[in-house]
Design a protein around this ligand. Structure first.
Ligand code: TTP
Ligand code: MG
Length: 376
């Protein structure tokens, strides 16, 4: 299936389905801003930014997303809204209407689910899902993808991009390379030449930190990673060393299946004014701990890990986590641990944002959950 993979492989169980899979990753284009354009057709063709209130350039908070017209000015998701305003003061700035986007998302997911083979459907985020489709070959799968795009356009007036590959890794990367309105097919025979020139950060799970470590080892592209002796990756990365090497070789046997478990619950706060005042920061931690525990209790889960996130005025961002030896839903414990963790960041430098997150969750009872929370 994979060409040019010269490194000896560990024995792996064969794909249980014994068929060449045709996997699609469907991702909506500039999702929130495209929905706003459907609601307000006069915005079509304009730079539209969805996010916090820019308050004539003094606003706090960030850009959720923006239209492709706004991206031409350099505006991006996660950017401070004040910077977006500086880049394009004439853009139309709209607040986030999450209830509307979730309703549209649910309708789109219903359409997508109807194309999946034997219920092999996996929602990844509010605007993204994997489908394993029943197709004779990749040309047939491309026809299915075109039908999906047509149906979403007809019913919702929204544009999507689709990647098709023999596994989830390839489909995901393929979905992103011809946005907007893209359709990219990567057949098994060309997987390796497709992946090889890409930077390692295209592999899900390789973030900035791993990228830096790999760079210090002379690994920058997926080809570099694939041709690196996997045994030398293990001391630094453990099991993840094997996994990322497999992915670099285009091997990903993970199934397309729905994940109903809640991974984490968290709340964040951007201060109205950056602050280094310990009183303000610790009181806010108390409030966030309370909100986070309330959200956790609603899900019916218990936590074992508490983490805090701190973003300084210069956007330098840190997280710290601590795990306890038992499952809990105790508010005081969350507040105490969070405060202990945040203290190391209280000093001269002002803080812009703080967050509290609970993870390593387990259901409080044995009942199955159907909660599929959108947490970014
Ligand atoms: P994405 O699919 O990452 O972005 P997008 O759909 O806006 O644009 P693209 O065409 O590149 O796919 O995210 C889906 C939605 O999630 C996005 O419309 C808004 C929201 N979102 C945030 O609120 N904050 C973020 O940092 C990101 C990346 C997305
Ligand atoms: Mg999208």
């Amino acid at each position: 299936m994979v060409r040019n993979c010269t490194i000896p492989r560990r024995n792996k169980a064969p794909n249980p389905s014994c068929r060449t899979r045709t996997i699609l990753l469907v991702d909506m284009d500039s999702f929130f801003s495209s929905i706003e354009m459907v609601e307000h057709p006069e915005l079509v063709g304009l730079p539209v930014v969805v996010g916090a209130d820019p308050k004539d350039g003094t606003g706090r908070g960030v850009v959720s997303t923006c239209s492709y017209e706004a991206r031409e000015y350099g505006i991006r998701s996660g950017m401070p809204i004040s910077k977006a305003y500086r880049l394009c003061p004439d853009a139309r700035f709209l607040p986030v209407d999450m209830a509307l986007y979730q309703t549209v998302s649910a309708r789109i997911m219903k359409i997508l689910r109807s194309y999946a083979y034997a219920d092999k459907f996996q929602k990844v985020s509010i605007d993204e899902a994997f489908l394993d489709v029943k197709a004779d070959d990749f040309e047939d799968a491309a026809g299915i993808a075109r039908n999906i795009k047509k149906e979403i356009l007809a019913k919702e007036k929204l544009i999507s991009s689709i990647g098709i590959g023999p596994n989830k890794l390839v489909a995901k990367i393929a979905s992103d390379i011809q946005k907007p309105d893209g359709l990219t097919v990567v057949t098994p025979g060309v997987v390796q030449e497709f992946l090889d020139p890409m930077p390692v950060t295209k592999i899900p799970g390789i973030g900035k930190k791993t990228e830096k470590t790999l760079k210090s080892m002379g690994i920058e592209t997926i080809r570099d990673l694939r041709t690196y002796d996997v045994r030398k990756l293990v001391p630094g990365f453990g099991k993840w060393g094997y996994q990322m090497h497999d992915l670099a070789c285009g091997i990903d046997e993970s199934e397309v299946k729905e994940d109903f478990t809640v991974k984490s619950v968290g709340r964040e706060l951007t201060f109205d004014e950056d602050t280094a005042d310990p009183g303000v920061i610790l009181d806010s931690i108390d409030a966030l701990a309370g909100e986070t525990i309330a959200a956790l209790i609603e899900t019916g889960y218990l936590f074992r890990t508490v983490s805090v996130k701190v973003r300084f005025e210069d956007f330098d961002t840190h997280t710290r986590a601590r795990s306890i030896g038992f499952m809990s839903s105790d508010l005081k414990l969350v507040a105490d641990i969070s405060k202990k963790l945040v203290r190391e960041f209280i000093g001269e430098k002002k803080i812009r944002l703080i967050g509290v997150r609970l993870s390593s969750l387990r259901k409080a009872d044995t009942r199955q959950t159907s909660i599929d929370e959108f947490i970014r």
